[in-house]
Design a protein around this ligand. Sequence first.
Ligand code: DON
Length: 313
Amino acid sequence: MPLPDFEISSQHLQSWIEECFSFARRGEVASYIPALRSVPKGILGVAICDLNGEIVEAGDSDYNFTLQSISKVMTLLLALEDHGPYAVFKRVGMEPTGDPFNSIVKLETLKPSKPLNPMINAGAIAVCDLVNGRTADEKFQRIVDFVKRLANTSEIILDSDVYNSEMDTGHRNRALAYFLKDVDVIRGDVEDTLEIYYRQCALKVTCRDLAFIGAALANDGQVPGNGEQIVKPEYCRIAKAFMVTCGLYDGSGEFAIKVGIPAKSGVSGGILASVPHEFGIGVIGPALDDKGNSIAGVKLLERISNHWNLSIF
Ligand code: DON
């Protein structure tokens, strides 16, 4: 069934998937996380969810992949719900970096020393430390429950291979986290905080889940279809602003010009996008560009945005 306002049908989406598929060959899957090396490049899927919770989808929309950096949006929202913006922005800034997502360089050179924003790894690790809970397990469980509510599903589980793979090899994140502990941005136990971060990155989702989360953000924090308010509208506004300025890291400027939709990418090749007051979009395409963003996924979003004139600018 097409989504009525835009007459989006899965046939539309399928024809764009066929158009964009060739771009997947130009990228590489993330190899710095060993468990992601074996992911096939030839996957491309999309789902769109409107504010009534109606979904259209095409391609590999039911393929399971890990959230990776997309999880940073949800944990930020939960930390904002737990503590409010004043406390959160004492620990992380509001500015884009223009640097890669795992960069260390500005942590020491900027004073006061705090991550520039919550979408880079350093900022996201600091935000994990802020989530309420007595133990790492309790904090992580709160994150999972929150993602489930936003995605309107009970089926979000951990990919333990990806989690173990990052826990074993994520030395750069470990370095970032210990630095943040030294400068008092992380207050809790560093290893616990890293465990929460790697677990949230390894949560498995589909395009449908991302589309639903994007629609909840587009709907100012109300669940599409049932109207339950899960997140305050002002926190959704903050999240969408970060998605515009930092959601695709040092590729955010080009994405804003070519696509113009608040979005957040992850190194598994997923992209969460949210068209304010219209709908959410979830995309998967595991082959990445050199900035860590899905090549075919970005092309697909560009196609969708241009066809319906969705740029917010
Ligand atoms: O910490 C990491 O490196 C990964 N778990 C997440 C990085 C990521 O997804 C960056 N996205 N483009």
